[in-house]
Ligand binder design. Structure first.
Ligand SMILES: [Mg+2]
Length: 378
């Protein structure tokens, strides 16, 4: 091993769990319609209905035996197993179940970092049941998820996120894999390089070219060499293969709404000026939503008139959106209903509430047929 460029310090005191739901979307559908569990099930629209477009989001374990996996084209899945049942996903349902799963996590620790709809890291170094063993907490979570939601998950337990994630992937479904500090390096050395989280498809061929096929091969390379070849990733891989990954479990607070408002020193007195402002605000809100990867159904207009009366008006769209055109049409409609521009507008605001994560199915079609409700003041 060459000389170390940066100090190598580790932290073995944390207790981290990675939970990954087993074939999540497919399992939810099987739970709700047990007949589906008897054969291969693919969550994707049937390629016959889409002209061959569409992507597999989840395949149940029977479908996987045919080589079907998520991110494969639905057409390919159909070719591999024409008798498979194809079901379009019901994202609202999965979001709801995902929230129920998170509510179970929250019983044991506040430190939960959702990675996706069906995965999360939990730091259970401190936990509500005062368990010394993270294994016990993982078992409790698996038990609760099974008994309350009739779903299974796989858990990985270790002292950092990198190892916990690899561990949950090690045995599926219903796995519970523990990697203890003294086992970490041996565990990592055995892994094929493709399994190293963070080594992307583009990097794998370069690794192979350099003779790195497994964790053991990676372990042999010195730090300087890895940084030279892979930059920052090399720095991080040098550490990961030694069981060092200090990244903390970060709780992402869920944003409930996104909004922008502006106060006008000079009162706005024409409809045109107001609409121009609303268009601008809608665009800013839309940008913010895109950044946060959120969309919502409830669009809110706030306005304050020259007499300092503040009103909010809201409209609930049939489908969530983040698009500036949708936001602008909604608020301009609400604005025009008010018809108060003569007395002068002091403040305008646009916000979207009831936010959900934008998923891969994010809708692109215009969505009209709004339902109205409103509330006065604030
Ligand atoms: Mg999963």
């Amino acid at each position: 091993m060459g000389e170390l460029l940066f100090p190598l310090k580790n932290d073995l005191t944390r207790k981290i769990i990675h939970i990954d739901m087993d074939a999540f979307f497919a399992s939810v559908e099987e739970r709700d319609c047990p007949k589906l569990a008897q054969g291969p099930l693919v969550i994707a629209r049937h390629p016959k209905d889409t002209g061959g477009r569409g992507v597999v989001t989840t395949a149940n374990y029977l479908a996987r035996q045919y080589g079907i996996h998520s991110a494969m084209s639905a057409q390919k899945a159909y070719e591999l197993c024409p008798k498979a049942v194809f079901l379009p996903g019901n994202h609202e349902k999965y979001q709801k179940v995902s929230r129920q799963v998170r509510a179970i996590f929250a019983r044991y620790t506040d430190l939960v970092e959702p990675v996706s709809i069906d995965e999360a890291y939990l730091d259970v170094t401190q936990n509500t049941i005062h368990a010394k063993s993270a294994i016990k907490v993982a078992k409790c979570i698996q038990h609760d998820i099974w008994h309350e939601l009739h779903l299974t998950c796989s858990a990985g337990v270790s002292y950092n996120k990198f190892l916990a994630k690899l561990a949950s992937d090690y045995e599926k479904p219903r796995g519970l894999t523990v990697v203890r500090p003294e086992e970490a390096v041996a565990f990592l050395k055995k892994l094929p390089i493709e399994k190293f989280y963070g080594v992307g498809k583009k990097t794998v061929p370069k690794m192979h070219e350099l003779g790195i096929h497994t964790g053991a091969d990676l372990y042999e390379k010195d730090e300087f060499f890895l940084i030279q070849q892979f930059g920052k990733m090399g720095y991080s891989l040098y550490r990961k293969v030694r069981g060092v990954h200090l990244s903390p479990v970060v709780t992402k607070r869920e944003r409930k709404s996104v909004g922008k408002e502006r106060t006008y020193a000079t009162l706005l007195t024409t409809e045109n000026d107001c609409l121009t402002q609303l268009r601008q605000l809608s665009e800013e809100v839309s940008e913010q939503l895109k950044k946060l990867e959120r969309h919502g159904k409830i669009i809110v207009l706030k306005m304050r008139t020259s007499d300092f009366v503040t009103k909010t008006r809201r409209i609930t769209l049939p489908k969530a959106t983040y698009r500036k055109e949708d936001l602008f049409s909604a608020v301009s409609l609400l604005f025009e209903e008010q018809n108060q521009v003569e007395i002068g507008i002091r403040l305008l605001g646009v916000s979207v509430t009831g936010l959900d994560p934008i998923t891969f199915e994010a809708i692109e079609l215009p969505l009209w047929e709004p339902s109205f409700d409103s509330n006065e003041g604030r």
